[in-house]
Design a protein around this ligand. Structure first.
Ligand SMILES: *Cc1c(COP(=O)(O)O)cnc(C)c1O
Length: 404
């Protein structure tokens, strides 16, 4: 999963380039920076690597989502349809622009069920936001068709799926805009950072301005910039961009290791009778950062988690009990625990949508375990882990049959 595991000489070299100049900011200081523009270089590298027209770096994936929404004109009272299984940042960003997150059920792809999306559309729906969870992808053809018919924006949260693709296109490049996160545990890291990617020049320009207090960046003198719109400070620093520049150039190296280790684990677990796997809309495009699988029942999934823990096999996530990734534990959202006062209408609408039943998602998530894939395992280590996992899972399957 994470690029931080292989942090090394390339990353240090890029950071040192910045330390040599002492210009840690991405804008201005043209003379003193001596030709060192890491953020700009990283944006160009992102466009090349993912086959997209424009990239705007920002300070986090959360900031990227907020920036993308602002640039797409998503705002007060707009409903954004998103999955009940994601990271909290996805709905935090929706709320940050005054819009309403409308959570809907996922299916066995572990992201948006197109039928649930269609059923949730109202006259207030403005966008659909698939989240490409755990290295794999949403059903983009189906979602794009729904967005086209209903004239909705399609914003891809690709924060967890850098390097994944769908039918030959990088995830994040298929909708009107997409976002990446480069936080410390993502597929590649800047320590902290994110990007909005888009093929729409006007959307990109707005992202460029929004993330830097509305500066139009039209001339050489920052002090003389005009501010066509309000913005915020979501800038990335040159130091962070430098780390990301080294990491994005190593993406293929990371993906090769990740996919190899993913295959070793999957090939072994496939032989465990009764175990089923996450449905991957385009298997060739899976980034391989996690292997997600289903036990036949919730009890068996819990037994498997306990079994992995007892056998000291780390990195297995049972999202159903996780405080960050599944709606069941988003009590702060469901109870409306804001620090600041919201508009009453907004609060009512948010709480209405987040306090729905998600029976279909519960039935899937309660049986699901996602096992993270390390870049540090050699083939023998990956195989050893796979064998240990299979042993635990077989015991769980048999134990249950005996008990039944
Ligand atoms: C990590 C993540 C984000 C937010 O990224 P940060 O850089 O941590 O702010 C958004 N969405 C998803 C799905 C993520 O996993």
């Amino acid at each position: 999963m994470p690029g931080y595991e292989l942090f090394g000489a390339q990353e240090r070299k890029e950071v040192n380039d910045v330390l040599e100049t002492g210009i840690l900011m991405r804008y201005g200081f043209d003379g003193a920076r001596n030709g060192t523009w890491k953020a700009k270089e990283l944006e160009q590298e992102i466009c090349k690597t993912f086959g997209v027209g424009y990239a705007q770096l920002v300070s986090s994936g959360t900031a990227a989502l907020t920036t993308a929404m602002a640039a797409l004109g998503i705002g007060a009272g707009d409903e954004i349809i998103m999955p009940a299984f994601t990271f909290v940042a996805s709905f935090e960003a929706v709320l940050s622009v005054g819009a309403i997150p409308v959570m809907v059920d996922i299916d066995e792809t572990l992201t948006l069920d197109p039928k649930a999306v269609e059923a949730a559309i109202t006259h207030r729906t403005k966008a659909v936001m698939p989240v490409h969870m755990c290295g794999s992808m949403a059903q983009m053809d189906e979602l794009k068709a729904i967005c086209d018919i209903h004239k909705l924006l399609l914003l891809e949260d690709a924060c967890q799926a850098i390097g994944a693709s769908y039918k030959g296109k990088s995830v994040g490049t298929i909708g009107h805009a997409g976002t990446f996160s480069f936080d410390f545990v993502k597929i590649i890291t800047c320590a902290e950072g994110g990007a909005v990617i888009t093929n729409n020049e006007a959307v990109y320009k707005k992202c460029d301005q929004f993330s830097d207090h509305g500066h139009d960046h039209a001339g050489k003198d920052r002090g003389a910039d005009l501010h066509p719109y309000l913005g915020y400070n979501f800038r990335i620093s040159e130091l962070h961009a430098a780390v990301g520049l080294a990491q994005v150039r190593r993406l293929n190296e990371f993906l090769t290791l990740q996919k190899r280790n993913h295959s070793i684990i999957k090939n072994t677990l496939e032989k465990v009778e009764g175990l089923t796997f996450r449905r991957i809309p385009d298997p060739a495009g899976d980034a391989g950062s996690f292997l997600s699988f289903f036990l036949p029942t919730e009890d068996m999934a819990r037994d498997a988690v306990a079994g992995f823990n007892a056998a000291n096999i780390g990195g297995n996530f049972y999202w159903y009990d996780n405080n960050w990734h599944y709606i069941r534990k988003w009590q702060h959202l469901q109870s409306g625990s804001w620090m600041h006062r919201l508009h009453d209408d907004m609060k009512k609408q948010v709480m209405h949508y987040t306090n729905q039943a998600f029976a279909m998602s519960d039935a899937i998530m309660s049986r699901c375990i996602s096992s993270s894939i390390s870049l540090l395992w050699d083939e023998a280590q990956a195989q050893e882990r796979a064998d240990k996992m299979a042993e635990v899972l077989r015991k769980v399957m048999v134990g249950n049959r005996v008990g039944a």
